[in-house]
Design a protein around this ligand. Sequence first.
Ligand SMILES: [Cu+2]
Length: 416
Amino acid sequence: MNKLIAGKKWLGSVMAGLVLVILAGDALAHGERAQLASMRMRTVHWFDTKVEPLNIKVGDIVTVTGKLVTSEWWPKHMPSIDETVFLNMGVPGPTFLRLHSEVNGVPMMRSTAFPLGKVYEYKTVMRARVAGRYHVHPILNVKDSGSLVDKGTWVEVAEADTDAPFVNEVTTLPGETIDLETYALKGVYTWHLIWIAMGVAYLLYWLLRKELFIPRFIRIRELGADRANELLTKKDFVVSSVFFTVTLAVVLAGYLWAENKYPITIPLQTGLVEVEPIEIPKGGLAVEVDHATYDLAGRSLSMKFQMTNNNDSPLRIGEFLTANIRFLNPNVDEGEIYEGEEMVSTDGLTASVDTIQPGQTVAVELVASDALWEQYRMTGLIHDPDSRFAGMIFYYDENGQRYFQEVGGAVLPNFF
Ligand SMILES: [Cu+2]
């Protein structure tokens, strides 16, 4: 009876664990909410992310374009993006083929380095491979830091019109055209089968022995230390040696076979590609951060600045962007919202000063508030031992020309 209850308890905790895994799995699915709030605010500011088209068929092309600014507030404890970074697409599994990728016009087959405080414009062209509905995110893999994900855009991929199998043809350097979907698959299967057979044979030999290693060890220990040599029989020794020799022979044979079958190969290329960064375009707005507070109950970040307009034109602040969330100022009708774009608060930004005149220096308070703070778990900001924020402000001159720059500083939580 007691055993039964214990068994039930055990089952209960396993079930609870499973539920947790399932819940967490859902929430952590794509990474846009999973990473620390501070990390999303102070690493990479992604903007103008555009995925098109959103409804396609297998075999069709999807283009992802956008820009990013590397934050000058990059956390000191994180290995920096100015060392090694690789631009990729975050999708579940090999559902797209990446045909082309570039940053600031430079092809990005390999890794690169992004110095901080600069602008990078990227473009990635992909071909849909497997039907489904995918949240497509540009992603930067930063060496020793991990992945930094942009927000996702849903792309619906329908089955192709024909039943023909998906082909992914490339021409190799010696001029041979191959289909990467099936290329060399026979060799892969054959070698797997050979190794599985070896493994199974070795296990079978030991499993078919009357006495396995541990019982034999216990028996011999009882017989006394002087009979320790009986632990392994001569037959065991011979069989193991044969397996060892055959393994080495198969490894060598595999190597010779591959050399013979594919005589011309080059190693995977790992060198760094250099990219010329773009300077942030100067809009003539000098910004000094006075003070910032994060209001937990109001789900809002309020920032006080001293701003000086050194431009010839009046300037209006239209948007604040942080952690991939866009807070738009509804009074400034400028910021474009793309089809399928998420994480946009169309009326999330209020500015205490509407227009800053040329030559004027004013105190400006920006308040970015929306339930998105909660939804994207930005409230974790208050648990950060290094409470600082960073984000981008976007402002416009009288002709509608857009400028942007990064702002950042210390942030204090406000609990009331
Ligand atoms: Cu996602």
